[in-house]
Design a protein around this ligand. Structure first.
Ligand SMILES: Cc1cc2nc3c(=O)[nH]c(=O)nc-3n(C[C@H](O)[C@H](O)[C@H](O)COP(=O)(O)OP(=O)(O)OC[C@H]3O[C@@H](n4cnc5c(N)ncnc54)[C@H](O)[C@@H]3O)c2cc1C
Length: 411
């Protein structure tokens, strides 16, 4: 459902008579994080695309604050399908995209104390008999994770396919590809007003006004606010704060070879990063969209939970940050045109997996935006695009429709 999208780089759109062609676009993408950058890059060869970012630096929010790991068993089934469909691109990016490897070996072990063994069994049952993840018991676990206190964990599930992602290289490569195909990026340009009139979206961003046939809402934690600006019902996004502290490596330890350790009930995780360790209490505190900052309590919680599990002490915190992971109720991304108004496309709710799913999600979004077939490799992984639709019953958007008049959006 693409609303009268003009041909490539064509400014002779209805309405062009009353505006400068510099401010008229086929598609305006709001948000320059991984979601906005990746979809903009996929769209730029086919349309005149504008990327609007409120910060001076795209990637300042969730994208620049992630733990930068790819775990293909993480998240609900549609997310796992998107991750699997994204992996070949991340493993073998084309030379014109980047000459930097985007993935490097890591491995992740989900560990369980005696009182958590049922959670581990449940995950293993969910993954099925065919899972290549290896169950580690007793001695095997101690050999794999020698830094755990003896007897702390009774078992683990080892996913050797988990990799570190070079998020900066991935994000910058999308932005470079976007610009290389004629895309325009405007930074320090918060969209503060958005209305649909005579078949075009009118956006006020910074000091400027832009117009586009289609708007892509890739505003991360702010996506519901962007919808409300356009007097659209929200999808019920919950931004949740997650905190990370950086600690020094225990003396003499070659931590870069360590696997990431995740508590099976997500009470904490430990991840090697550039010769140090990232630790997190895996907090999920509901937050308003904001420039998130970690609470002292959450950092202390991370230290406490990690020190209970490992055989070293934490002498100091070298750095700390937090970011917002934004979920809708079923924890699946929202990707598709809104049925309430022409030309409003959602690309939000990527939760804790927006980096590892970005390549496939961008391809899916671009296909829907350009009215093309969904790429076969995505369908082959078992993804049903209806599971990501903003119209899926689970989101119960009728509840939020209120008094919004369909006349408001008449073309
Ligand atoms: C601590 C933490 C760890 C994580 N670990 C991982 C991980 O290991 N692997 C993984 O795959 N994912 C991980 N994630 C999740 C991942 O970071 C997110 O899913 C992803 O970055 C979301 O991307 P986004 O582009 O939707 O959001 P963002 O990166 O937040 O981008 C949204 C952009 O929209 C802009 N914006 C908002 N409103 C407006 C407006 N009105 N006008 C203009 N611009 C606007 C914002 O400035 C922002 O730049 C983690 C997240 C956190 C916080």
């Amino acid at each position: 459902m693409l609303v009268s999208l003009p041909t490539n780089k064509d400014t002779t759109h209805p309405g062009a008579d009353f505006m400068s062609s510099d401010s008229l676009f086929d598609i305006a993408v709001i948000g320059g994080g991984i979601a906005g950058a990746s979809v903009a890059a996929a769209l730029a060869p086919h349309a005149r695309v504008l990327l609007l970012e409120m910060e001076s630096q795209p990637g300042y929010h969730a994208t620049g604050r992630s733990a930068a790991v790819l775990v293909d068993t993480y998240g609900p089934a549609p997310v796992r399908a998107l991750t699997r469909a994204s992996t070949p691109f991340l493993e073998r990016p084309s030379e014109d995209f980047t000459n930097v490897p985007l993935l490097s070996p890591r491995g992740v072990v989900m560990i369980a104390r005696e009182d958590q063994l049922r959670s581990l069994d449940a995950l293993q049952a969910e993954l099925g008999d065919g899972t290549p993840d290896r169950r580690l018991d007793g001695d095997e676990l101690a050999a794999c994770l020698p830094f755990l206190k003896p007897g702390y964990a009774m078992a683990g599930l080892f996913n050797e396919r988990a990799r570190d992602i070079d998020v900066h290289a991935l994000h910058q490569s999308y932005l470079r590809r976007f610009r290389g195909n004629g895309g325009q990026i405007t930074v320090s340009a918060p969209v503060t007003a958005l209305r649909h009139n005579r078949g075009l979206w009118h956006a006020s961003a910074g000091d400027e006004e832009f117009r586009a046939s289609v708007v892509v809402n890739a505003a991360g934690a702010w996506a519901d606010q962007v919808a409300e600006m356009a007097e659209m019902p929200p999808v019920g996004l919950s931004p949740k704060r997650r905190s990370i502290a950086v600690i020094p490596a225990p003396s003499g330890a070659a931590v870069s070879d360590w696997a990431m350790v995740v508590d099976i009930d997500e009470e904490f995780y430990i991840k090697p990063d550039a010769g140090r360790l990232l630790i997190s209490p895996a907090d999920e505190t509901l937050s308003a969209p904001c420039d998130s900052r970690p609470e002292e309590y959450d950092i202390a919680l991370a230290v406490d939970r990690v020190e209970r599990a490992v055989n070293f002490t934490i002498p100091r915190i070298e750095n700390r940050w937090s970011g917002l992971r934004s979920f809708v109720i079923d924890k699946c991304p929202v990707c598709g045109f809104d049925a309430n108004v022409p030309g409003f496309f959602w690309l939000a709710g990527q939760g804790g997996y927006g980096i590892q799913t970005a390549p496939a999600l961008a391809e899916l979004a671009a296909a829907l935006l350009l009215d093309k077939a969904v790429p076969e490799p995505i369908l082959a992984e078992g993804l049903d695009p209806a599971d990501l639709s903003p119209a899926r019953p689970m989101l119960d958007r009728e509840r939020n429709l209120g008094n919004i008049s369909s006349k408001k959006y008449a073309q």
